[in-house]
Design a protein around this ligand. Sequence first.
Ligand SMILES: O=C(O)CCC(=O)C(=O)O
Ligand SMILES: [Fe+2]
Length: 207
Amino acid sequence: MQNLLFQTQSPSEPIVILAKDGRAEYFNHFYDADTSDHLFEKLLSSLSWESDRIQMFGKLVTTSRKVAWVGDPDCSYTYSGVPKQPQNWTDELLQIKQKLEQVTGHTYNSCLLNLYHTGQEGMGWHSDDEKELDNSNPIASISLGARRKFAFRHKQDKTTNALFLENGSLLIMHPPIQEYWHHSLLKTKTVMSPRINLTFRKILSKI
Ligand SMILES: O=C(O)CCC(=O)C(=O)O
Ligand SMILES: [Fe+2]
């Protein structure tokens, strides 16, 4: 099997996205284009992708966006009242996690993957503040495929800050960013190609 760790560029200096109430750092080239394309295809074919269910105007709606939840066996979480078991790590995901842990100096025990088929699919304003998450750990977000616009909006003063997440990029959201900011993946009519986003997270141990 290819060793992706040796194929990737070491990330250059990050761009700092937010300056108050938490920090976000952006690395444009966490992976080069060839590795990103390879990872995209592997993740698409090796994981079991399911529709997501979200609350919209008080109703439970099934999304056309697909999700895959991967993690250590003890990383179950409750979703819409249903305890959910993670899928097992694949070779590619373990290699991505290892590189991420080297670069960020933090450990992760789970990864939520989202598959957006076109720009017509996005994700509304939210923060990643589920009670199962260790909120002292950053959340690391890797993007593969189509370039998409991502925005932060401050919960109190409503100021916004947006950036494009490129193929192969890494965005690190440091605490207490989830406490003060919402984020969103904006929909667009101009993107026809798919994108996979991976957010590496740390779930609190139940013991
Ligand atoms: O697709 C993205 O870039 C955002 C995904 C996200 O916010 C999430 O999975 O919580
Ligand atoms: Fe999120």
